[in-house]
Design a binder for this molecule. Structure first.
Ligand code: ADP
Ligand code: MG
Length: 275
């Protein structure tokens, strides 16, 4: 699929039955992989933030990415989303979409949603309105901001509110939410755009224990329908949700496997404890 096809609203979701919608169906995941990073290098003033990083994410998986500060985790997300262009290497979305050929906006529209650490919600608008705005500013949806919601759109917002544990505060101004609730709202806003891939950078930073636990449940629920990539420092959180964990160090993959496997990896132990 080329960039023009990605911008065509009719190339998304149109034919799929309601309730069983295939998100961004133009993505070829016939080889099971939804994201391929190959030999990615990024330098800042000669310093290699990413150093021949290669990484695959399977369609529908929940992947946790850990690694010490400065390992390149955020830079990796910047490369996937087109914010930073690699000096070398390639990133593919499915088998056929070369993300180097798309702008940041086109990558988002193609189905890769990213949550930054700091939540950016519309504080003066209600929780419900935030989700409504997120849906209506989706370039794939032909609707004006003042148009009334149809019942399917209403249902989608209601479903999302339940998913993100905010159904009880739908009418509250977003500015009055707790830090954790704002993080969930922002995830909800991303979900309104129906991304295939969700990139979450330190989603539980600053959350209470209970909020952290609920965020873990949310990540697990989202996996399957979406592919979820979580970068996180909180080891207990990662241990609680992880299937496969990738450890980044100095811009490349140091180890990959189950949480137990990477925790027992001598190189990982050295990086985390040996200095
Ligand atoms: P992590 O998210 O794993 O903590 P980052 O990807 O943020 O790591 O950073 C990796 C390295 O690249 C760090 O040493 C950081 O200082 C450097 N870096 C990241 N972004 C920039 C930038 N825009 N300019 C210069 N150096 C940067
Ligand atoms: Mg970071």
């Amino acid at each position: 699929m080329n960039a023009a096809a990605i911008n065509d609203p009719d190339s998304f979701g149109g034919g799929a039955a309601a309730g069983a919608r295939v998100l961004a169906p133009g993505i070829d995941v016939s080889h099971k992989t939804i994201l391929y990073l190959e030999d990615i290098s990024v330098s800042f003033d000669g310093f290699k933030a990413l150093n021949k990083l290669s990484l695959d994410i399977d369609n529908g998986e929940l992947r946790c990415i850990i690694g010490p500060n400065g390992a390149g985790k955020t830079t990796m997300m910047d490369v996937i989303t087109g914010k930073t262009r690699p000096d070398s290497g390639s990133v593919f979305f499915g088998q056929t979409i070369d993300l180097a050929k798309l702008t940041e906006a086109e990558i988002a529209h193609a189905g890769i949603g990213r949550k930054f650490q700091k939540p950016t919600v519309f504080e003066q608008h209600s929780v419900f309105e935030n989700l409504e705005l997120a849906m209506k500013t989706d370039k794939r949806v032909r609707a004006s901001l003042t148009a009334r919601l149809d019942s399917a759109q209403h249902d989608r917002i209601a479903d999302t509110l339940r998913l993100i544990h905010l159904a009880g505060v739908a009418g509250r101004d977003a500015g009055l939410l707790s830090h954790g609730q704002k993080q969930w709202l922002e995830i909800g806003m991303l979900l309104m755009q129906e991304p295939r891939v969700l990139l979450l950078d330190e989603p539980v930073a600053g959350m209470t224990d209970e909020e952290t636990e609920r965020t873990g449940e949310l990540c697990r629920t989202l996996a399957g329908k979406h592919s979820v990539v979580v970068v996180e420092h909180d080891m207990d959180f990662v241990a609680g949700i992880a299937n496969k964990v990738t450890v980044l160090h100095e811009g490349s993959v140091l180890a990959e496997g189950s949480m137990g496997e990477v925790q027992n990896d001598a190189r990982v132990i050295e990086v985390y404890l040996g200095r």
